[in-house]
Design a protein around this ligand. Structure first.
Ligand SMILES: NC(=O)c1ccc[n+]([C@@H]2O[C@H](COP(=O)([O-])OP(=O)(O)OC[C@H]3O[C@@H](n4cnc5c(N)ncnc54)[C@H](O)[C@@H]3O)[C@@H](O)[C@H]2O)c1
Length: 312
């Protein structure tokens, strides 16, 4: 049994990670300030003797004894990370400093949930880990993109300077049950709009593409990366390379939900990348990982979750 800290553990990805860790009999300390996460996401774990839930903001130091740390704390969708951009940067940067300090003191292995946003609006396609990115440092997305870039820098400096055992995953769009219903992310948006019989809003002409990874596949990648030895630091891209345009996604959601929603088109927000697709060669060769769940199956699970949630 390992003592494992999961920051952002009451969020979408964090709660699924807690589920998997509890299922493998680990001792989990879930830390969250509940900004975008919710107690409901982990309510089923409360009462389990291997699970502890703590309200804490990672921009402040945390003094606990743990063997592994998964750092997921950070709002992940534009509506939430732009709500208080200064706090977003603090969460990524001060949060990383605090948790790396904790890892150094306890000699813990530490995982960072980084993001494909470190590639910005990329000039190469698909994105490989050696691509340095094209990020606007002063735009409205910069609090998230640059915060995550700086967190990566801190992880690698702690590794070089203090020999910390780090694992950095660059996560591409992931979806599934427990996504926030109002976070403006495209999959949850389309599903909620379709279930409510509202128009499906597409920004731009719908030809911009994204790749979508189902949450169970992604969490499997986290666990495999965390099991690697000291020599594997990442960054490792984790995502599903299958590429779909917004229009294709909207049509698939409409077909699965049924109903009579139509598609409506709106102006594209600033700095919205046109294309995003992971190159997962490193994840395949180093972790033996690749996603298995098809978009249709994953959307089916996600639609069932939102159907229930909206009926509550
Ligand atoms: N879901 C994706 O597609 C995706 C893609 C790339 C990267 N990521 C990264 O994965 C992580 C989890 O994302 P998610 O999709 O589960 O989002 P989420 O918003 O559901 O989860 C983030 C969690 O962190 C918590 N949090 C935010 N600020 C905090 C703070 N200062 N102190 C403590 N807790 C704080 C939130 O309350 C929430 O529970 C994030 O770091 C995000 O940047 C996610």
């Amino acid at each position: 049994m390992k003592k494992i800290l999961v920051t952002g553990g009451a969020g979408f990805l964090g709660s699924h990670l807690c589920d998997r860790l509890i299922a493998s009999q680990d001792d989990v300390l879930c830390v969250d300030n509940f900004f975008t996460g919710s107690k409901r996401n982990v309510a089923h774990l409360v009462g389990n003797s291997n699970f502890e839930l703590m309200r804490h903001d990672v921009t402040f130091p945390l003094y606990v004894e743990v063997e592994q740390i998964f750092n997921l704390a950070c709002p992940a969708s534009p509506v939430h990370y732009q709500f208080d951009p200064v706090q977003t940067t603090k969460t990524s940067v001060h949060g990383a400093i605090n948790l790396l300090g904790l890892a150094k003191r306890t000699n813990a292995r530490i995982f960072q949930a980084s993001t494909s946003e470190v590639y910005g609006d990329p000039e190469i396609h698909p994105q490989t880990e050696d691509y340095w990115g094209r990020v606007n440092p002063i735009g409205i997305r910069s609090c998230y993109d640059e915060g995550k870039r700086c967190a990566e820098t801190l992880f690698f400096d702690y590794h070089r300077q203090h020999q910390l055992d780090i694992k950095v995953a660059r996560i591409f769009n992931t979806y599934g049950p427990r996504m926030h219903p109002n976070d403006g992310r495209v999959v949850s948006n389309f599903i909620v709009q379709a279930l409510q019989g509202k128009d499906i809003t597409i920004f731009g002409d719908g030809s911009q593409s994204r790749s979508f990874c189902y949450v169970d596949d992604l969490i499997e990648g986290f666990l495999l990366l965390m099991k690697t030895d000291l020599s594997v630091t990442g960054p490792v891209n984790l995502g599903n390379p299958g590429e779909f345009t917004m229009l294709q996604l909207a049509e698939l959601v409409l077909a699965l939900v049924g109903g009579r929603s139509k598609v409506s088109f709106h102006a594209l927000p600033m700095d919205d990348p046109r294309q995003r697709q992971p190159d997962i060669s490193i994840a395949k060769s180093t972790l033996g990982w690749e996603p298995k769940v098809s978009l249709e199956d994953g959307l089916g699970e996600t639609i069932a979750y939102f159907r229930n949630l909206l009926a509550l």
